[in-house]
Design a protein around this ligand. Structure first.
Ligand code: NAP
Length: 281
């Protein structure tokens, strides 16, 4: 299929590459054009702006945050100015509020819109093994299916309102943050009693805790390997904030505690380190 990919950061780089490798005709756009040019050598078309990229008929976005997605959609030469018929597949981790606003704006513009937020770090994206958390109209999800097949190992549909995917992803990432804090505190208990960090990590990976989340974070925390950041703490703080606002005032004491801890680390200059560092004393 013809598909545009907008946002070639750590995640988008691998995801766009998967679409090319799957044989789709890919057009790319990135704000810093230096990240788009290498895709030309791989057979992709490099667009002049998001509206130009949207001529593909289907556009995937993978951008840093709400402000970035807003700029690419509502800005000059943004996706909403591209005319009717476009399907926008929004993969960035962004708020429920912006996702609801985008759903209405795309509807008004005669365009389709699905939220397809993803779980998995940049290496998982490059391998096409993301978990896709999707929501939107069934017809639009059908059109998006070949994209999901190229970037993900599985797609889990949350409902027909795109913002449901945004809420589910925020809830999922809050869970990862809570596990990171848990592992860090488990390591501290082990250290206090002279247990080697790699032994404690082995316990977490090989016992009933064993899961992809414990499996990827326990070794990083045991080895204190927080750089280079696959997912910087600043982005993790954004996601815990998204979870708190998605709860619509329902109390989330653990999420609030994590947000406070992350704010303190960022204030102390640790925001660029991987978010697996959030439980460090
Ligand atoms: P990243 O490497 O920082 O890339 C961010 C992308 O957003 C870049 O293409 C950047 O363009 C673009 N961007 C930022 N501000 C913009 C603006 N105002 N206008 C246009 N483009 C703008 O981030 P990432 O790790 O790929 O993450 C992307 C999204 O996926 C985030 O929402 C993140 O929370 C989510 N996510 C990340 C991971 C992970 O492990 N990294 C996993 C799952 C989901 P430039 O190149 O021009 O700066």
């Amino acid at each position: 299929m013809d598909v545009a990919f907008i946002g070639l950061g750590q995640m988008g780089h691998g995801m766009a590459g998967r679409l090319i490798d799957a044989g789709h005709r890919v057009t790319v756009w990135n704000r810093d054009t230096g990240k788009a040019e290498p895709f030309g050598a791989r057979g992709a078309t490099v667009a002049a702006n998001p509206a130009d990229a949207a001529r593909s008929g289907v556009a995937v976005t993978m951008l840093a945050n709400d402000a970035a997605l807003e700029a690419v959609c509502f800005g000059h030469d943004g996706l909403l100015s591209a005319g009717p018929g476009l399907l926008h597949i929004a993969c960035s981790t962004v708020s429920v509020a912006l996702t609801d606003r985008l759903a209405a704006a795309h509807r008004e513009a005669g365009q389709g819109f699905v939220s397809a937020q993803v779980l998995g770090r940049p290496d998982v994206a490059a391998a096409g093994k993301l978990a896709v958390i999707a929501a939107g109209a069934a017809d639009d999800l059908d059109v998006a299916a070949p994209v999901f097949a190229a970037i993900g190992a599985k797609t889990i549909v949350m409902g027909d309102r795109p913002a449901m995917a945004a809420a589910a992803k925020a809830a999922a990432n809050f869970g990862i943050a809570a596990v990171i804090e848990t592992i860090s505190e488990q390591m501290r208990i082990a250290e206090a009693q002279g247990i080697a960090a790699d032994r404690m990590a082995a316990l977490l990976i090989e016992s009933d805790f064993g899961s992809r989340i414990f499996g990827s974070y326990a070794p990083m925390i045991a080895a204190q390997r927080f750089e280079p950041a696959g997912f910087p703490l600043t982005l993790g703080r954004k996601d815990v904030g998204l979870a708190i606002s998605a709860a619509d005032g329902a109390p989330l004491p653990l999420a609030s505690l994590l947000a406070e801890r992350m704010d303190a680390i960022i204030a102390a200059g640790g925001g660029d380190r991987d978010w697996s560092s959030l439980g460090q004393a």
